[in-house]
Every structure is written in structure tokens, then in C-alpha cells.
Ligand binder design. Structure first.
Ligand SMILES: C[C@@]1(CC(=O)O)C2=NC(=C\c3[nH]c(c(CCC(=O)O)c3CC(=O)O)Cc3[nH]c(c(CC(=O)O)c3CCC(=O)O)/C=C3\N/C(=C\2)[C@@H](CCC(=O)O)[C@]3(C)CC(=O)O)/[C@H]1CCC(=O)O
Ligand SMILES: NC(=O)c1ccc[n+]([C@@H]2O[C@H](COP(=O)([O-])OP(=O)(O)OC[C@H]3O[C@@H](n4cnc5c(N)ncnc54)[C@H](O)[C@@H]3O)[C@@H](O)[C@H]2O)c1
Length: 165
């Protein structure tokens, strides 16, 4: 069995295309909104919540292959599994793909995340139970209270710079 690998990515120069404009597309878009990546939604309809993020580009259309040709990351979040499958078929080996309706079809997952300043704690069940991830996140939110914003700053200030005695 192969295992998933947790990584942190700097995405400020990357292009993310999300197919679908419902509440799950919105939740996935929100994950990336502060990353600096250019986010585009391809969908004939989008929910009002997207107004909260004017930096997100909306293209009002049904998905076609050319919509993802420049994307680094492709997320398909429609309510039509056949469309989601078609999007996958349109990706290349050099693109990172996530199908919100089928974890086995995805190159990556979005974990549940707790942030306290620069501290990032994330939980995944390797796609097996998102509800459990959500539950554990809520427990971790209590454990990692707001003091951790300052704790990380203090540790960072105390850290010796690499190469300096
Ligand atoms: C953690 C969280 C982060 C986030 O979304 O940001 C997240 N899902 C959340 C909630 C949630 N998801 C679902 C429900 C309904 C109940 C249920 O079905 O269990 C609820 C509960 C709710 O909404 O309350 C349904 C669901 N989810 C996936 C599938 C497809 C499949 O399993 O194949 C289906 C069935 C879809 C269908 O019916 O077709 C797949 C994925 N969901 C993931 C993440 C990735 C794996 C995470 C891990 O490794 O644990 C992965 C693989 C890919 C991805 O989406 O990135 C977020 C909670 C965060 C928070 O609240 O803080
Ligand atoms: N990964 C997760 O966390 C998670 C959680 C719950 C549900 N889901 C899955 O996510 C799917 C979407 O859920 P939702 O609540 O956002 O659905 P929704 O019905 O609110 O939204 C679906 C969106 O897809 C768009 N769409 C449909 N056909 C399209 C096409 N050909 N091209 C472009 N856009 C198209 C619609 O216009 C709409 O905006 C569900 O069907 C379910 O499989 C995933």
C-alpha cells in the first residue's frame, strides 16, 4: 500500500482552477485564498459566498478541456461525478488534481487545519474519514489555544540562525 505524504507549499506564483461553484467549491477555494495563488472558478452558477473574496476570478461557463491548460492545481467540485471524471481525464501528469467526490481519484487531499499565527497543525485520515478529521480538529483547537501565536514567536526569536555560533 502507498502512503500519503504531508507537505507545506508556497503557492504565491501558482494557478489554481476549481470546477464548480457550490459550497464545497467555496470551502476548497477558501483554503487557498490567502496563499497568493491565482484562483479561477469555472461554473455556470456560483453561490453568493464567493462575493467575500473579490480576488477570485469567476468564469461563467460549463467545464471544457482548455479551461485547465495553464493550471498547476485542478480541483473538481461539481455535483456531477461524470463531469468530475472528465476533468480528471483532461489533466496532464504534471498537474496536481483533487476530486472532492472521490478520494481515490485524487493526487492530494485538503486536511483539516488549525492555525495559530505561524503555527499550522493539520489532520488527515488519508481520505478515509473527513468527519473524524473535523472532530480531531475541534479537539486540537482547544489544546492549541491563542497563546501559541506568541509561543511560536518567542521560539522563533530565540532560534540561533543557521551557521552562526
Ligand atoms: C477535513 C475537510 C477539510 C476541507 O474540506 O477543507 C475535508 N472534508 C471535510 C468535511 C466533510 N467532507 C465530507 C463530509 C460529509 C460526511 C462524509 O461523507 O464523511 C464532511 C463533513 C462536513 O462537511 O461537515 C464528504 C466527503 N469528503 C470527501 C469525500 C469523497 C471521498 O471520500 O472519496 C466525501 C464524500 C462526498 C460525496 O458524497 O460524494 C473527501 C475529502 N474530504 C477531505 C477533507 C479530504 C480528506 C481529509 C482526510 O484525510 O481526513 C478529501 C479526501 C479530499 C478533499 O476534499 O480535499 C473537511 C472538514 C474540515 C473542517 O470542518 O474543518
Ligand atoms: N470533499 C468534501 O469535503 C465534500 C463534502 C461534501 C460533499 N462533497 C462532494 O462535493 C460535491 C459538490 O457539493 P456541493 O454541495 O458544492 O454541490 P452544489 O450542487 O452546491 O454545487 C455544484 C456546482 O457544480 C457546478 N457544475 C455542475 N456541472 C458543471 C459543469 N459541467 N461545469 C462546471 N460546473 C458545473 C454547478 O453549477 C454548481 O455550482 C457533492 O456532489 C459531493 O460529491 C465533497
Amino acid at each position: 500500500m502507498t502512503e500519503m505524504v504531508p507537505l507545506l507549499f508556497r503557492l504565491s506564483s501558482k494557478k489554481i482552477v476549481i470546477i464548480g461553484g457550490g459550497k464545497i467549491a467555496f470551502r476548497k477555494a477558501k483554503t487557498f485564498v490567502k496563499s497568493g495563488a491565482a484562483i479561477t472558478i469555472i461554473s455556470p452558477q456560483i453561490i453568493e459566498d464567493f462575493k467575500e473574496f473579490p480576488s477570485i476570478t469567476h468564469i461563467n461557463k460549463r467545464f471544457e478541456k482548455d479551461d485547465i491548460k495553464e493550471a498547476h492545481i485542478v480541483i473538481t467540485a461539481t455535483n456531477d461525478k461524470e463531469v468530475n471524471q472528465f476533468v480528471k481525464e483532461c489533466t496532464t501528469d504534471f498537474q496536481w488534481f483533487n476530486d472532492v467526490s472521490d478520494q481515490k481519484n485524487s493526487d492530494f487531499h485538503t486536511p483539516a487545519v488549525v492555525r495559530r499565527g505561524e503555527l499550522i497543525v493539520s489532520v488527515s485520515t488519508s481520505g478515509k474519514s473527513p468527519i473524524l478529521s473535523k472532530k480531531l480538529k475541534s479537539e486540537l483547537e482547544n489544546y492549541f489555544d491563542d497563546h501559541y501565536v506568541e509561543i511560536v514567536k518567542t521560539y522563533a526569536d530565540d532560534r540561533k540562525k543557521p551557521g552562526i555560533e
